[in-house]
Design a protein around this ligand. Structure first.
Ligand SMILES: [Zn+2]
Length: 271
């Protein structure tokens, strides 16, 4: 059974079994911030119910770390609260949501019945570099650190608790998802995440951790980009690169698609 874990003063994370996902909650005087909203209105209402274990205060602000369905399709349940996100999160959701609704229903049968009812409701408080929402006067920093898992991932820093929510720029428990990613930009972005990870760092999925995890993941992302560059230069085959996986804790095959995605970026096919 999942439960809230306090990882800093009035900063909580809850692991949901679906996608082994982390949802954050920051409490302020009379106010609550939710970090990521899960996949559907049904899942989002579960967050609201679970928050009652922590406080009777209303959710006054929500943040989308990025526009993937499992992070942002529960948004509508939290209205009228403002929802913060990167400006490109809005365009990403507008561009991809309707195309993906059907595909996700096929791929995730447990969501299929609810997906037709999901109201796609992108962030309305947007920024390009930095956002400064408040939770009842408590300051939270939002930062865009560069392209990585998508072109619009942001991190959420709670300075007075030294906690960093990294969204899917970091993933614990599997190879990160590269389907919308920018594999050549991601290592540098992850290094910036690591620099900000001076306390507890919460990846989008899997166990929360500390600075060493962020450093290690940045290193793996860098090695993946280097392997792809060597394939691109004809110095090794894709199979060789897969066999040399920079994520040795997981099956080597799991890096094949990420390497192919990096090759697409090297060939200039991503933008
Ligand atoms: Zn994602």
């Amino acid at each position: 059974m999942s439960r809230w874990t306090e990882i800093g003063d009035r900063v909580f994370v809850r692991r949901y079994a679906f996608f082994d996902q982390n949802i954050g909650a920051v409490l302020g005087p009379g106010a609550v911030m939710v970090i990521d909203t899960r996949s559907t209105h049904v899942q989002a209402r579960e967050i609201l119910d679970d928050l009652r274990e922590l406080t009777a205060d209303p959710v006054t602000v929500a943040v989308d770390t990025h526009g993937h369905f499992d992070h942002a399709w529960g948004n509508h349940v939290f209205r009228p609260a403002p929802i913060w996100g990167h400006a490109r999160c809005v365009t990403f959701m507008e561009r991809t949501a309707e195309v993906r609704r059907e595909r996700i229903a096929r791929e995730e049968p447990e969501l299929a019945a609810d997906l037709p009812e999901v109201v796609i409701d992108p962030p309305d408080r947007v920024f390009d570099e930095t956002g400064n929402p408040e939770v009842g006067g408590r300051r939270v920093e939002l930062k865009f650190l560069g392209r990585g898992h998508t072109d619009h991932d942001i991190v959420v820093r709670v300075p007075d608790a030294n906690v960093l929510f990294a969204g899917d720029l970091l993933e614990n428990g599997s190879v990160p998802f590269f389907g919308d990613g920018y594999p050549l930009d991601w290592p540098e972005t992850a290094l910036r995440v690591a620099e900000l990870s001076t306390g507890v760092v919460v990846p989008g999925h899997g166990d929360h951790a500390g600075a060493a995890f962020a450093d290690e993941q940045a290193g793996s992302l860098l090695r993946l980009a280097e392997l792809a560059r060597r394939v691109h230069r004809g110095e090794m085959t894709v199979d060789d690169a897969v066999a040399a996986t920079p994520f040795p804790a997981y099956p080597a095959e799991d890096v094949r698609r990420p390497i192919l995605r990096a090759l697409e970026q090297l060939r200039g096919e991503l933008d």
